[in-house]
Design a protein around this ligand. Structure first.
Ligand code: PNS
Length: 163
C-alpha cells in the first residue's frame, strides 16, 4: 500500500490545504493528514481542535485519515511506512523553504520522496495566517475555509470590539 503524509500546521485548515489533500488522495492508496506541532509558532487552535476540524472536512473520504505528531516529520513517516511527503507549493516564495525541508528530510530518511503539488490558481494566495487576520476583524472567511468549519473558526477568531 502506498501511503502519503500531508504534513502542516493546519491552524486552521484552508481550502488551499483541502485542494492538496484531495488531489493527494487520488495519487496514493492512503493519505495521512498530519498536524505537526511546531514549538516556534503560537497557534490559535490546539492540535486536538485542528485534528477534529480536519476530520470533519475529510470524513467522506475513506482513504484519508488524520493524526497529530510532535517530533521530526521523517520519524513519523518511517513509523507508518509512508513512501511520500506531499506539500503544496503556492509561489516561488514557498520554494526555498520547502526545498530545504525536502533535502533535510531526504537526508534524514532516504526512502521517502517529497512530492510537490502545484496549488490551484484560485487558492494561490490563501494562507492560515491571512484567514486568521480576516476573521479577527470580523470579515467573512467562507471563500477561504471549508464550509463545514467556517462558523466555528469565525466564532473563535473574531475579536468583538470591547472584548
Ligand atoms: O504548515 P506549515 O507550518 O508550513 O508546516 C511546516 C511543517 C510542520 C510541515 C514543518 O515545519 C515540519 O515538518 N516540522 C517538523 C520538524 C521537522 O521534521 N523538520 C525537518 C528537518 S529541519
Amino acid at each position: 500500500m502506498r501511503i502519503a503524509v500531508v504534513p502542516g500546521s493546519f491552524d486552521p485548515i484552508t481550502k488551499g490545504h483541502m485542494d492538496i489533500i484531495l488531489r493527494a488522495k487520488d495519487l496514493f492508496d492512503k493519505v495521512i493528514v498530519l498536524v505537526v506541532i511546531n514549538t516556534e509558532k503560537k497557534p490559535a487552535f490546539t492540535p486536538e481542535e485542528r485534528v477534529i476540524m480536519i476530520e470533519k472536512v475529510t470524513q467522506g473520504y475513506n482513504n484519508i485519515i488524520t493524526d497529530c505528531f510532535d517530533g521530526l516529520l521523517v520519524d513519523y513517516v518511517e513509523r507508518v511506512g509512508a513512501c511520500a511527503i506531499v506539500k503544496g507549493l503556492r509561489a516561488v516564495s514557498d520554494f526555498e523553504y520547502e526545498f530545504q525541508m525536502a533535502l533535510y528530510n531526504k537526508r534524514l530518511y532516504e526512502p521517502a520522496e517529497t512530492v510537490f503539488l502545484t496549488t490551484s490558481t484560485e487558492n494561490l494566495y490563501l494562507s492560515s495566517s491571512g484567514v486568521k487576520q480576516i476573521a479577527a476583524f470580523g470579515r467573512d472567511i467562507s471563500d477561504f475555509v471549508p464550509q463545514e468549519i467556517c462558523e466555528e473558526i469565525y466564532q473563535r477568531l473574531y475579536k468583538k470590539k470591547g472584548e
